[in-house]
Design a protein around this ligand. Structure first.
Ligand code: COA
Length: 339
């Protein structure tokens, strides 16, 4: 602990990475019985990127996204104090963050994984901001990355059409509290409905002959699409309103709505419920599908590249997904300090 006064948090830089290989809806219809029309109408997704090639993992994407964010501000990786990797698809159950720490040369950083599915990035951002606000760390790299293509059942048309692979990264830095960007957050979990969206671990039927220990393996993604849809459309607006109310703000104050990029119909339905104009929605899911923990930082990075977001804009960011876990962060955007 370096300081007893509360620090502010600013988002200093962003970066992202997507694999080269693109699979469009017509190509998916060669794999399962579906069509471009069905997928586009129900989800807004036109294509997704997939990580191909032997021994390619989430680490490869996360490294590119992280270097991208570091390069934009010419930051030396040794200046990073903490790396937080939000992912549900590590290539090691003990965690993948340490491999990123090693490979980008962040020699002074501690690194760990955080698992909260499609809400992983928003939870990661707030977790990191706590370390900054308490004065423990100055520079934190938060990565949202997932390669769900490795966990999809490519014969299940209800799920394989939805997901894509990507990584996004942000660098947070401490600043005077008056310049604080992360104005408020609001998070929720309801484990009652965990089985609606899961990559379940299933045990074998026979235990070890001597030890009575059951061992098993992880199975592909299972999803009850209708229930997940209803959950997102009903709960996300409530979380956003709660988070704004606590700041004495209203939905009229929102300049940009950045939701987890799951489905265009969910994005539009949430905006409609909150009477937010559709032109304030940040959306790129038609190109990438649902990239889980990567979707928000990827969309943020693209929106900044396109110069959509201006200084002092209010950006409402909301994540939702397996757990079920969901929540909102209200950000007052401060211009990136590009080198
Ligand atoms: N192509 C063609 N038909 C398909 C299909 C596909 N890819 N997937 C399902 N269908 C069929 C079903 O078999 C069903 O046929 P039936 O009526 O003959 O039984 C019909 O389409 C309707 O299926 P249903 O699952 O009820 O469709 P839906 O309208 O709920 O749309 C989703 C499915 C997945 C697009 C929708 O439920 C959804 O977007 N849910 C949220 C998913 C999500 O965002 N998850 C991640 C959250 S982080």
């Amino acid at each position: 602990m370096k300081s007893s006064t509360k620090q502010g948090v600013k988002i200093l830089s962003t970066g992202s990475a997507v694999p080269h290989m693109s699979l469009n809806n017509n190509q998916i219809s060669d794999i399962v019985e579906t069509s471009d029309d069905w997928i586009s109408t129900r989800t807004g997704i036109k294509e997704r990127r997939l990580l191909t090639g032997e021994q390619k993992s989430i680490i490869d994407l996360a490294i590119v996204a992280s270097r991208n964010a570091l390069d934009k501000i010419s930051m030396n990786p040794s200046e990073i104090d903490l790396i937080l990797l939000a992912t549900s698809t590590p290539n090691d159950l003990f965690g993948s963050a340490s491999q990123i720490q090693y490979k980008i040369g962040a020699i002074n950083a501690v690194a760990f994984d955080l698992t909260a599915a499609c809400s992983g990035f928003v939870l990661g951002l707030v977790t990191a901001s706590q370390f900054i606000q308490t004065g423990s760390y100055n520079n934190i790299l938060v990565i949202g990355a997932d390669v769900l293509s490795k966990w999809v059942d490519w014969s299940d048309r209800g799920t394989c059409i939805l997901f894509g692979d990507a990584a996004g990264a942000v660098i947070l830095q401490s600043c005077p509290y008056v310049d604080n960007s992360i104005l408020n957050f609001q998070f929720n979990t309801d484990g009652t409905y965990a089985s609606h969206l899961s990559i379940p671990y299933k045990e074998s039927h026979q235990p070890h002959v001597l030890l009575n220990i059951y061992q098993g393996s992880f199975h592909p993604i299972y999803m009850n699409g209708r229930e997940v849809y209803k959950f997102a459309v009903s709960q996300v607006p409530l979380s956003i309103v709660k988070c704004l109310n606590a700041l004495n703000m209203s939905t009229d104050d929102i300049n940009w709505l950045l939701l987890h990029q799951a489905n265009e119909r969910i994005l539009n339905a949430v905006a409609d419920k909150l009477s937010i104009d559709n032109h304030k929605i940040i959306a790129n899911l038609s190109k990438y599908g649902n990239t889980s923990a990567a979707s928000i930082p990827l969309a943020l990075d693209e929106a900044l590249e396109e110069k959509k977001i201006s200084d002092n804009d209010i950006v409402v960011i909301a994540g939702f997904g397996a757990g079920l876990t969901w929540g909102t962060i209200v950000v007052r955007w401060k211009e990136l300090q590009l080198a």
